[in-house]
Design a binder for this molecule. Sequence first.
Ligand code: ADP
Length: 277
Amino acid sequence: MEFHRIDAPGRINLEEISPEPPEEVKKHEAKARFDVLNDELFGLQDLMWGARTHSVLMVLQGRDAAGKDGAVKHVVGALNPRGVRVTSFGVPSEKEKRHDFLWRIHQHTPGAGEVAIFNRSHYEDVLVVRVNKLAPRPIWKERYRLINAFEETLVSGNCIVLKYFLHITEEEQKERLLEREKEPTDAWKLNVEDWRERDQWDEFTAANEDAIGKCASKRAPWFVVPANAKWYRNLVIAESLAAALRPFRKQWRKTLDETGKIGRRDLKEWRAAHGET
Ligand code: ADP
């Protein structure tokens, strides 16, 4: 499957990437493939959990109603909750504001064996902060470099860093926001801010393009996910996650086999020492 995988710095033009699923991908086939991938992901996560040599950080970014919550639900649904932690990052608290912008983020990065999913992230500090002028320009401009260094630190610690921009059209967002308003069970999600941000659509586009273009690398790639259709969004995320984990399967398996051998040997020695058979 083709992804919009951005793994080198450069200029990004979101207009060149369609938020719609490709013609040739059919919904029922995508759903069937998603189920297969879920089984595979469960197995891969289990190996990673046991091997405890790597971790995964999935960063979910996107405009309001782009489907970050839905993506979390579907990704987590595929995994064993034992090894998954989801963190949502909202407006920084007073305490968080007294620290550098990465302080609150670093505490939630995954430990060996774990998958961490960020619903919004350190990228807000070059998105909403930039567009709404919450910090002076020299401050947020410096942050691209700091983010790259931070992510490089994580990758050096064997964290597999994957960043997703859920790409929707202005029209799709409007429909989803209006839908929320009609649906009594979704009304709690209503927020004037979502409509206010629509006036700044282009500013957010530019900020997202810079975040992606300036912070993309082979070791910490971005994926621009066509997200107008939820089923395709879910498929792309699952497919890209599986593609990132698959190369480690053998290595994790080997680590587990070796751990198993040591366990067996220890048990044998213990039994011999205790006169057990
Ligand atoms: P969501 O909109 O993701 O469902 P919330 O309603 O809690 O969740 O909104 C989170 C809000 O926090 C967003 O408007 C986002 O722009 C804001 N936010 C997140 N990180 C920061 C930050 N570092 N500085 C300022 N605002 C932030």
